[in-house]
Design a protein around this ligand. Structure first.
Ligand code: FES
Ligand code: MG
Length: 590
């Protein structure tokens, strides 16, 4: 398998006869950290460990410990490990939003992988955007790369009930608004959901994106779902370290793995898992950086008809530990493969095809991973909508409750269609200030709309669309209204929202002229969402109304981000970066 004759890119740094001075400098510096000059001269591959864990990236902190096992694997397979930090990302704490960081980590990691003598890299992932950002960078540089997930936290429990990351916040907020619990109880429930090291333990964006890394063939089979503190997690780190060295000898680069079929497989897995709506921009972005054409409509065309197979919060009941015991991502993929819903011939980082990796991976826990023929829900994927308010918006159907379906989507003769009166908020501060204002007369004929929450408007695009109804409505038992917006929502939310609407209001999209009181008609059968406003009136408002408010940039990066980042419907990518794919094929000048 191995082709020892292929010259590794790191040799250019160390075997340059005209540059012995630089070589010596490198040797000395590296020696301080346990690498000998003999090793560096020996031609062993140098393997980067892109370390995403830190105190500012606590969801990935487990990687600080796991890196020791990864290094062991790299060394035992004949490689030289070099660990280095990447820009930290912490979903819950970063203001104004961690969405600013995905493209920033991407840029930084491209420079590191391109500019240093690195032959292959282990991408350490966990918290939401730490996965897509690193995969995007690996595609741009196109050196052998493998994803090592940190794994979810242990399951959270509170008074005998499973409490999942994020999901418990949204559910407890409703209880708080209804007066069923007090603030202290709210906090107890919230903290119980985070019992150990690891990323979010529900099928939020973190679990979704790590499942995606496995689905597209970039991590070893079964990697994504192993909880962070489990013994198997360390073993997976060791095996991942061993495997990346072989991948370097095989020259198994992302460009050979990340095909359109791989990304369609990912859409299928996200749909069957009830995964996060944030997977949409992230998968679009990873595909774009891999040079793969992936249209927004693919989410509906290749995912909507799929059933919900995984019984995990927020779409289902359970959390990450049971998911792992039930067989994890391979068991879900096994179901999809048997049903002919996966491209089994896709090459993966194991060197084998997906189909080969999945042999014998059927689940033995049918409460957790349902058979394809007996799912939790039929047609449970994502719907893609468009109309006069936006060209692209997405709706995650696996979290639409029976109560919501009965109230909005099951009117006799009008199944899948509803009309609601818009109540429009300019960003989340406006929402929080006014949501309980009786003058808005919000009732269950309303749809809550938020704008100014997109890439340019926020800036970064914020997880704010899952707006809660006014407290009075919740106390009356109406816990959920339809919502719509040009921002995102947390992958742990169970809100039936129309999200990621592009172009956003701040880019002149239709939400910019929408007014409170306008009627919005949603037709899920036709895939449309329109404000029932005459064209002439729209033109008049565009000409006469002031543009909705957008805050100023606070930092240099916010300004650059706003200038360079595209809309969520296309993945929020920096278009100019796409032309740099395959930089490792051209060594950087000395
Ligand atoms: Fe980091 Fe959920 S907040 S994984
Ligand atoms: Mg999130």
């Amino acid at each position: 398998m191995t082709d020892q004759k292929r010259r590794l890119r790191s040799r250019d740094w160390f075997d340059n006869p005209e540059r012995m001075d630089m070589t010596a400098l490198y040797l000395e510096r590296f020696m301080n950290y346990g690498v000998t000059p003999e090793e560096l001269r020996s031609g062993k591959p140098i393997i980067g460990i892109a370390q995403s864990g830190s105190d500012l990236s606590p969801c990935n902190r487990i990687h600080i410990d796991l890196a020791r096992r990864t290094r062991d694997g790299i060394r035992d397979a004949g490689g030289i490990p070099i660990e280095f930090p990447v820009h930290p990302i912490f979903e819950n704490c970063r203001r104004p939003t961690a969405a600013l960081d995905r493209n920033l980590l991407y840029l930084g990691l491209v420079e590191l992988l391109n500019g240093y003598p690195i032959d292959g890299v282990v991408l350490t992932t966990g918290c939401d955007k730490t996965t897509p950002s690193q995969i995007m960078a690996a595609s741009t540089v196109d050196i052998p790369a493998i994803v090592l997930s940190g794994g979810p936290m242990l399951d959270g429990w509170h008074e005998g009930e499973l409490v999942g990351s994020g999901t418990v916040i949204w559910r407890s907020r409703r209880k708080l608004a209804a007066g069923e619990i007090d603030e202290e109880e709210f906090l107890r429930r919230a903290t119980s959901s985070a019992p150990s090291a690891g990323h979010c333990n529900s099928m939020g964006t973190a679990s979704t994106m790590n499942a995606v890394a496995e689905a597209i063939g970039l991590s070893l089979t079964g990697c994504a779902a192993i909880p962070a503190p489990y013994r198997e997690r360390g073993q997976m780190a060791y095996r991942t370290g061993r495997r990346i060295v072989e991948m370097v000898h095989e020259d198994l680069c992302p460009s050979r793995i990340l095909t359109r079929e791989a990304f369609l497989n990912a859409i299928a897995v996200v749909s069957a898992c009830g995964g996060s709506s944030n997977a949409q921009p992230h998968i679009q972005a990873m595909a774009a950086h891999a040079g793969v054409e992936l249209e927004g409509a693919a989410w509906q065309d290749h995912g909507y008809d799929l059933p919900l197979l995984l019984n995990m919060q927020p779409a289902g009941k359970y959390l990450g530990e049971r998911f792992h015991r039930a067989g994890g991502v391979p068991a879900v993929m096994w179901e999809l493969l048997q049903a002919g819903k996966l491209h089994g011939s896709s090459l993966t980082c194991t060197g084998a095809t997906l189909e080969e990796n999945l042999a014998g991976r059927e689940s033995n826990d049918r409460e957790m991973i349902r058979p394809f023929a007996d799912p939790l829900m039929d047609k449970a994927g994502f719907l893609v909508l468009s109309g006069n308010l936006f060209d692209f918006g997405i709706l995650k159907t696996s979290v639409i409750s029976d109560e919501f379906r009965a109230r909005y989507l099951s009117r006799p003769g009008q199944e899948g269609v509803f009309e609601s009166r818009a109540v429009v908020f300019d960003g989340s501060d406006d929402y929080h200030h006014r949501i309980n204002d009786p003058a808005l007369e919000i009732d269950d004929n309303c749809i809550l709309v938020i704008r100014g929450a997109g890439v340019i408007g926020w800036p970064g695009s914020a997880e704010v669309v899952n707006m809660q109804p006014p407290d009075a409505l919740i106390r009356a038992g109406k816990t959920c209204l339809p919502t719509l917006g040009d921002g995102r929502q947390s992958g742990t939310s169970d809100s039936p929202s129309i999200l990621n609407c592009s172009p956003e209001s701040a880019a002149g999209g239709g939400l910019s002229w929408l007014r409170t009181g306008d009627l919005i008609r949603v037709d899920l059968n036709a895939g449309t969402c329109n404000a029932l406003v005459e064209d002439a009136e729209i033109a008049r408002r565009k000409a006469e109304d002031p543009a909705p408010p957008v805050p100023e940039s606070n930092t240099p990066w916010e300004e650059i981000f706003r200038e360079k980042t595209g809309q969520l419907g296309e993945g929020g990518v920096m278009d100019f970066a796409l032309k740099y794919r395959g930089t490792s094929k051209k060594l950087p000048r000395h």
